[in-house]
Write a protein that binds this ligand. Structure first.
Ligand SMILES: [Zn+2]
Length: 544
């Protein structure tokens, strides 16, 4: 998923009931009566196939392949940066598996124009003075290499803005390796566990969210971060022009050798690539900073090779189907999806091979069980999620509607539901309704048989930062599940430690069981899932 600061539970502001209440107070009693009838009718017809749920559960608990799938997506494919060779390996593997399992219409489907591919070919970063020490450090994506082995002294550039840089550092950074001030203090005992599951108390809070505390755009902390990011990009431009070897940063989340590494340069075609930009483990970075501040010269050796490609600048999602069998309903679709792309510091196991492996397991399971769904079940593994939900929003635009115009394509009327998984390896604890209250009684019934597996919470809240938002943006019923956090924020989310070892097999099996049941039921029930009001057209904007 995208960075956490863009996600988070928000208070519902646009609920189906809420909107009506505000606009038509006088009709409130009529509306409530109608809603009660509607709810009663929905509940009356909502009788999940418990026998099938049991079979699905039994099959997944005894013959699961989810960890085997995860092994191919992580260890075998490697990092899966958007349109990188690793992404191609993983998407081709998924395509061949879907075909082997007997799915139809399996394809790598282009979603639109992305830009440059990028791959790390070599990375050697070590301190050579005042003594030798290997450093825990990774180049950021879409940045240049060093063009051979370079050795340089570290310089602390504490410029506050461009004018300050020009006055104090202009002409002085050539051949230097730049660090910027880091105010992190690791000299304290962190006695909280790295990994956790939701307590009953926390789940209650998710189910009953506190009033909204304000919009992200008005948050001064966010504004300051954006300002710092803009200056950092400017600083890189200036230092690159002045001939600095590289710039290093440390993630404030990082400790115990865990570092977080994402993009450091532009990926669009016809953009000038960024200078070498390195993410370093907190402890190594702070040691260098202390030495430099203490007047002890620090030298680093760096030999970094990166490769940009532009032979195919389009992005591709992986898609496949289990065709529907009911005469009337087979043209309708139930979709499952997860993003297959990752960052490059490790193998993106929890973000998001976990979700991709579960969704692949869901369709494998249903296919293996010989399920003949009434509606067509379609899987999509998304590309370009990490750069802004590109794969799913491109797909939604191509198949359903463009949120900018809200002109609906015929397929828009056919989508029964979309289910997404992208909050790590944690098991499912419930589901976010995205303010679609009409779905609550349905999901309540579907979740009931899985209460003993820890999945019982339903919240009307919206959750952000991942691909169901692309569906929600055009008024389609798209949902992300509530998942246990585990070590997502502390250790794995975009880190150098997001590997196969951080996956919990029992959690992934639980998720595959519940989602397979949800998908099956969505494919079999008489009606498509209820929808919210169609949103008004919104001019193109960033997806978060
Ligand atoms: Zn992510």
């Amino acid at each position: 998923m995208l960075l956490r600061r863009f996600r988070g539970v928000q208070n519902p502001t646009n609920s189906y009931i809420g909107a009506f209440k505000i606009r038509k107070m006088r009709k409130i009693s009529f509306l409530l009566a109608a809603l009660c009838l509607l709810t009663a009718a929905t509940m009356a017809q909502e009788t999940p196939d418990l026998d099938m749920f049991k079979k699905i559960r039994n099959e997944e608990m005894t013959n699961s392949k989810v960890m085997e799938i995860a092994y191919y997506l992580t260890d075998v494919s490697g990092p899966r940066l958007t349109i990188s060779p690793g992404y191609t390996r993983a998407s081709n593997w998924a395509k061949s598996k879907l075909t082997e399992w007997g799915l139809s219409n399996v394809a790598l489907e282009p979603w639109g124009e992305f830009g440059k591919g990028w791959e790390l070919k070599k990375s050697y970063i070590a301190m050579t003075a005042p003594y030798y020490q290997p450093m825990i450090a990774y180049p950021k994506a879409w940045t240049l290499g060093t063009d051979g082995l370079k050795s340089g002294e570290v310089m602390l550039v504490d410029a506050k803005d461009s004018a300050d840089y020009m006055a104090r550092f202009k002409g002085k950074v050539a051949g230097k390796i730049i660090i910027t001030p880091l105010a992190q203090d690791l000299n304290k005992l962190d006695s909280t566990a790295d990994g956790s599951r939701y307590s009953d108390e926390e789940l209650k809070k998710i189910a009953n969210p506190a009033p909204d505390t304000g919009r992200r755009g008005n948050n001064p902390e966010f504004a300051a971060r954006m300002q710092a990011l803009r200056f950092r990009n400017k600083l890189k431009e200036l230092a690159q022009a002045d001939g600095a070897i590289a710039i290093i940063s440390a993630s404030t989340r990082g400790k115990h050798g865990t570092l977080f590494v994402q993009g450091g340069g532009p990926y669009r075609v016809n953009t000038a690539p960024s200078m070498p930009d390195i993410s370093m483990g907190g402890e190594d970075y702070l040691r260098i900073q202390r030495l430099v501040k203490g007047g002890v010269p620090v030298k680093l050796d760096m030999d970094i090779q990166t490769q940009f490609t532009q032979d195919d600048t389009k992005g591709y999602n992986v898609v496949g189907e289990i065709p529907g069998t009911d005469k009337k309903l087979k043209d309708e679709i139930v979709m499952v999806g997860a993003h297959l792309d990752s960052w490059h510091g490790a193998t993106g196991a929890t973000d998001n091979a976990a979700g991709s492996a579960v969704m692949l397991e869901v369709v494998r399971l249903l296919k293996t069980m010989g399920v003949k769904p009434k509606r067509t079940i379609r899987i999509a593994l998304w590309n370009g999620e990490e750069q802004g939900l590109f794969g799913s929003s491109g797909y939604v635009k191509n198949h359903f509607a463009d949120p900018a115009t809200m002109e609906l394509k015929p397929e828009h009327a056919k989508l029964a539901a979309y289910f997404n998984l992208d909050n790590g390896s944690g098991k499912i604890r419930g589901i976010y309704l995205e303010n679609n209250e009409a779905v609550r009684p349905i999901f309540e019934k579907w979740l009931e048989p899985f209460h003993d597996m820890g999945a019982a919470t339903i919240t009307k809240s919206h959750t952000g930062g991942t691909d169901h938002e692309s569906f929600d943006a055009v008024g389609l019923p798209g949902f992300q599940f509530i998942q246990d956090e585990l070590e997502y924020d502390t250790r794995t989310h975009h880190s150098n430690m997001d590997t196969y070892d951080r996956l919990l097999p029992e959690d992934l099996k639980q998720a595959a069981t519940i989602i397979a049941a949800f998908v099956y039921q969505a494919a079999q029930r008489d009606d498509k899932l209820p929808r919210k009001e169609l949103p008004k057209p919104r001019p193109a904007r960033a997806p978060f």
